[in-house]
Design a binder for this molecule. Structure first.
Ligand code: AGP
Length: 612
């Protein structure tokens, strides 16, 4: 989704803005632009397509001198992705320039009102309404004007605004506002920043202020002042970011995705280790009691995309160990279907970014209905982390590739921790089994490493199968949970049509699609069920399908008639999904590479889906 960056200080703004936008590229975008204030005027440069176009247009920012500015990467919602609709948007008289992430729901009514007052619109965007509204509300002081105008906006927005000289004579001011869209402030020395996320700022500062919904910030080179909804000053805490600049760079790898796959052993270790103390699972943020656990009638896991598939693996673990009913609900559905949730429901939301609009809405809905909520989140200080009753951070570090890899692996690792923790509180696990599970979980980082090491042939397999138009992933039990993520990985980065089916469902319809040469990826690591999956493999083979089996490394015979094999190290059965997904991520990566796809930034996708 759109990325925003703002700068005020004593250095040339445009190169800093463009470099910040490059760091935000991973969020997904189709055009980019910057606005810089210089000698009484706001100058704008914008271009559709890659940031490289904007870079070339401005000679790396050199053609736009000035020390104050805002920049934007746009992911189109209102209006086609072209130069005119790209941000920043200037007001009719050129006084205000605005960058915006989100959707202004009442833009149509505001636009009509402004047109009736003589304003002309050049773009199809909802954002241009904001710049003209600012001009319409202008009272001589940019700060009070911005507050007046934003009070009239309905919807979600992270906004960055610059104003050419106003009557206050204060120079170098930029403004930032947040309502249900991510925005952070960065503190420098003699310079200050805002941005959609930390990656854009980490090379300049590690001192961050997280804005909350309804808050408004005024930035000058010397200071940042934050105001609440009614204009009162707010003392905001400053957080220190732990990320290293290098964590958000490719570090010699061809793509972020492969770098992030290689980081999975370390990411899972960083997520598990601090939560195992003296052989016991502990969470820093919360502790439940057996009495509290006894009152939980059921658990709902809600999330979107891969995070919901991590939830599917989580359901297998929690139900198996705790015998509490668990359902996984897509957040985009749960929010609208008047869910049956009350005080006896524990709701677990899962999100890498912590900013997914539907997941935020599902979390709010669950809280409103009385549920206690736990968030499994990667981004510290994100909206979901702030909203949930309890937070468990996945310590995956920055995930830049649009396709999540270490995000998913660390989420499933947290579910493993949670399932052991809950099982004890439910009285469903004896001391010996507890000890065994903890020790098996501690081995998962090395098992993940092994899953990478024993699959050196995946680039070769990818060449064999890269021309397939349709791929069917089948499996049972936790294998089926992993199928869903495996299929999503393949489709989102290689654009090959891939679907996951419960293997037992094949005969109920899907087998009609199997024909000579179809590729079926059969996951058969769930030991109690693999002979059933093996029968399904025979059925598709009989209809001419090629079968790529995903099996334990010592168990190729599980589906011996398969054409090729992907291998998974032996683990505690419940924790298999944490390792089983790794070779499927590698397979998706190498197929996409073989097909020359833009792996880190697949078409039409955004990393953080901050609009509905
Ligand atoms: C992952 O590869 C996807 N791009 C996507 O499904 C993602 O998992 C989903 O949008 C949820 O994002 P979140 O974890 O940041 O909430």
């Amino acid at each position: 989704m759109c990325g925003i960056v703002g700068y005020t200080g004593n250095r040339e703004a445009a190169p800093i803005l463009i470099s910040g936008l490059k760091k935000l590229e991973y969020r997904g975008y189709d055009s980019a632009g910057v606005a810089v204030f210089h000698e009484g005027e706001i100058k704008i440069a914008k271009s559709h397509g890659k940031i490289a176009n904007l870079d070339a247009l401005t000679s790396g920012g050199a053609s736009l001198p000035g020390f104050v500015g805002v920049g934007h990467t746009r992911w189109a919602t209102h209006g086609a992705p072209n130069d005119v609709n790209a941000h920043p948007h200037l007001s009719d008289d050129g006084r205000f320039a605005v960058v915006h992430n989100g959707i202004i729901e009442n833009y149509s009514a505001l636009r009509d009102e402004l047109i009736a007052s003589g304003y002309e619109f050049k773009s199809d965007t909802d954002t241009e309404v904001i710049s003209n509204l600012l001009e319409y509300c202008y009272d001589g002081d940019a700060k009070s004007t911005v507050m007046k105008a934003t009070a009239r906006l309905k919807g979600s927005y992270a906004l960055g605004v610059i104003c050419r000289n106003d009557e206050t004579g204060i120079t170098g001011r930029i403004f930032a506002m947040r309502e249900a869209a991510p925005l952070i402030l960065g503190l420098g020395v003699g310079e200050n920043y805002f941005a959609s996320d930390v990656t854009a700022l980490v090379e300049h500062t590690k001192n961050i202020i997280y804005l909350d919904d309804g808050e408004f910030a005024e930035l000058t080179p010397q200071k940042i002042t934050v105001y609440g909804v009614t204009g009162e000053k707010i003392d905001k805490p400053v957080s220190h970011i732990m990320w290293d600049v290098k964590a958000a760079e490719r570090g010699g790898y061809e793509h972020f995705m492969i770098k992030e796959i290689m980081e999975e052993p370390a990411a899972v270790k960083a997520t598990i280790d601090p939560r195992i103390k003296d052989g016991r699972v502990v969470f820093e943020d919360f502790s439940f009691t057996s009495e509290r656990m006894a009152k939980i009638g059921r658990i709902i896991i809600t999330a979107c995309g891969s995070a919901s598939y991590a939830g599917e693996a989580g359901r297998e673990m929690i139900e198996a160990l705790c015998r509490i009913p668990v359902t996984v609900e897509l957040a985009s559905e749960l929010r609208y279907r008047s869910p049956i949730i009350d005080e006896s429901t524990l709701v677990i939301v899962v999100s890498q970014s912590g900013e997914t609009a539907d997941t935020i809405a599902a979390l709010k809905e669950s809280k409103a209905r009385g549920a206690e909520t736990i968030a499994i989140v990667n981004i510290v200080g994100s909206s979901i982390a702030k909203l949930a009753d309890h937070v468990i951070y996945t310590w995956a570090g920055p995930e830049i590739a649009v396709a999540t890899t270490k995000g998913y692996a660390t989420q499933t690792a947290v579910f493993a921790l949670l399932s052991i923790y809950f099982a004890e509180l439910c009285g469903k696990i004896d001391g010996e089994r507890y000890k065994k599970l903890v020790s098996e979980l501690e081995k998962m980082p090395s098992k993940i490493q092994r899953a990478i090491d024993i699959n050196h042939h995946i680039p070769y397999l990818s060449k064999l199968y890269a021309d397939k138009k349709d791929v069917f992933f089948i499996g049972r039990g936790f294998d089926f949970a992993v199928c869903r993520e495996g299929a999503l990985k393949l489709k989102e980065i290689s654009y090959i049509h891939a679907e996951a089916y419960a293997a037992g469902e094949l005969k109920h319809g899907t087998i009609a699609l199997i024909e000579n040469g179809s590729l079926v990826v059969a996951l058969a690591c769930c030991r109690e069920l693999y002979d059933k999956t093996a029968s399904n493999v025979e059925e598709v083979k009989a209809r001419g399908a090629k079968v790529l089996a995903v099996v334990h490394e010592d168990n190729k015979r599980a589906v011996s008639t398969s054409d090729d094999f992907i291998l998974v190290p032996e683990t505690e059965p419940l924790f298999t999904p944490i390792a089983e997904i790794i070779p499927l991520q590698l397979f998706a990566y190498y197929v996409a590479k073989e097909n020359g796809c833009d792996i880190d930034k697949p078409k039409n996708l955004a990393k953080s889906v901050t609009v509905e």
